[in-house]
Design a protein around this ligand. Structure first.
Ligand SMILES: Cc1ncc(COP(=O)(O)O)c(C=O)c1O
Length: 346
């Protein structure tokens, strides 16, 4: 059975409207000469999806919501921080499917700002009609979810709990599918990407890509920049999820820790803290290409790509693909940081 047929065995809800485009970043390439050498830089636009403002979580939700509907769920429960893209897109998907969404949004904020509290993703979740429960910084989200499931059951409702960041082996299948999509796009382009760079948070995106490329017999091309865990923790989480995804697909598991490349060099002081180099990356990609990275995920991963480009480390890879996972709504929450930090030019 081929890799695509393995995925077809899972219930799936269509939330992503077709293959997302891959574009070349020619003006950025020019800005990075001569250190970039002849390397060509491409970006895959997983921010460009029709539903809910788009972003990587929709790919994972296709499989998670497939399971939810088979289980007869009429309500989704999702938890995260107030600027969570995952909960925003769970709310949008719920609205699209006529389900109720209960979100538990924790108060912990890397930023002490009203915009972080109620702008950006938090605002969009409200607009998608979600029932928002404000949780304290130290709330136990698993207990919250279990209590909501029980309370909703008493009202005759059936709830489905979305894992944190939509990252579980099942959710990661969304990025197994994305790896197959990239391989198809490579066939149309007439070349293969040597290196795929992606932000690693709850690790499901990186893990799915890794498992998907492993199915195709190509294991050493994904490079994650961790925005949450330190490198060893991110590597372990990514490996566990990738192996879990391959297990679900019933495929032999060739993956070991050596196959998981994760760096925490661009994480900065911690999750959600915008770094100067991420802010510079956002300004650079905005001014050179008209694209909007976010400070939590894409900005940090792209800062990693830029560092590699500027030290000449990317020279040995002829074709580099950055997976742009979305997250643009959070830009508004980081308005002051983005404007006050003087952006250095390429
Ligand atoms: C915009 C964006 N990019 C990247 C990621 C990281 O993906 P993962 O959690 O699968 O590692 C997330 C996760 O929340 C995200 O929202």
């Amino acid at each position: 059975m081929d890799a695509a047929s393995l995925l077809d065995r899972f219930p799936r809800v269509a939330l992503v409207n077709g293959a997302t485009p891959i574009q070349r970043l020619r003006r950025l390439e020019n800005a990075l000469h001569p250190q970039l050498g002849a390397t060509r830089l491409f970006i895959k636009r997983d921010d460009l999806m029709a539903l809910g403002g788009g972003g990587s979580k929709l790919r994972k939700l296709e499989f998670l919501l497939g399971e939810a509907l088979v289980q007869g769920a009429d309500t989704l429960i999702a938890t995260g921080l107030r600027q969570s893209n995952s909960t925003r897109l769970a709310a949008a998907a719920a609205a699209h499917l006529g389900l109720r969404a209960d979100l538990g949004l924790r108060a912990r904020s890397p930023l002490d700002s009203g915009e972080y509290e109620s702008g950006g993703n938090a605002l969009l979740a409200e607009l998608f009609g979600a029932v928002v429960h404000s949780l304290s910084e130290d709330a136990d989200v698993k207990s919250f979810a279990a209590e909501r499931v029980a309370a909703l059951a008493r009202e005759g409702r059936t709830a489905y709990v979305i894992p944190a960041g939509a990252s579980s082996p099942l959710g990661s299948l969304g990025y197994v599918a994305a790896a197959l999509e990239i391989a198809q796009q490579e066939r149309a382009l007439g070349f293969e990407f040597d290196r795929v760079i992606v932000a690693n948070g709850s690790s499901g995106t990186h893990a799915g890509l890794l498992a998907g490329f492993a199915l195709l017999g190509r294991r050493e091309r994904v490079h994650g920049y961790s925005v949450l865990h330190e490198a060893a923790g991110a590597q372990a989480a990514t490996l566990a999820l990738a192996r879990g995804a391959l297990d679900l697909l019933g495929r032999d598991n060739p993956l070991t820790a050596a196959d998981v490349t994760v760096s925490d060099a661009c994480r900065g002081p911690g999750y959600g803290h915008a770094t100067q180099e991420a802010i510079d990356a956002i300004h650079l990609l905005g001014a050179r290409e008209g694209l909007l990275l976010d400070p939590v995920y894409g900005g940090k991963a792209f800062a990693g790509l830029l560092k590699e480009a500027r030290t000449g480390a990317l020279k040995s890879w002829p074709n580099v693909l950055f997976l742009f996972t979305g997250g643009t709504p959070a830009l508004q929450a980081y308005r002051d940081e983005l404007l006050s930090a003087a952006a250095s030019q390429a």
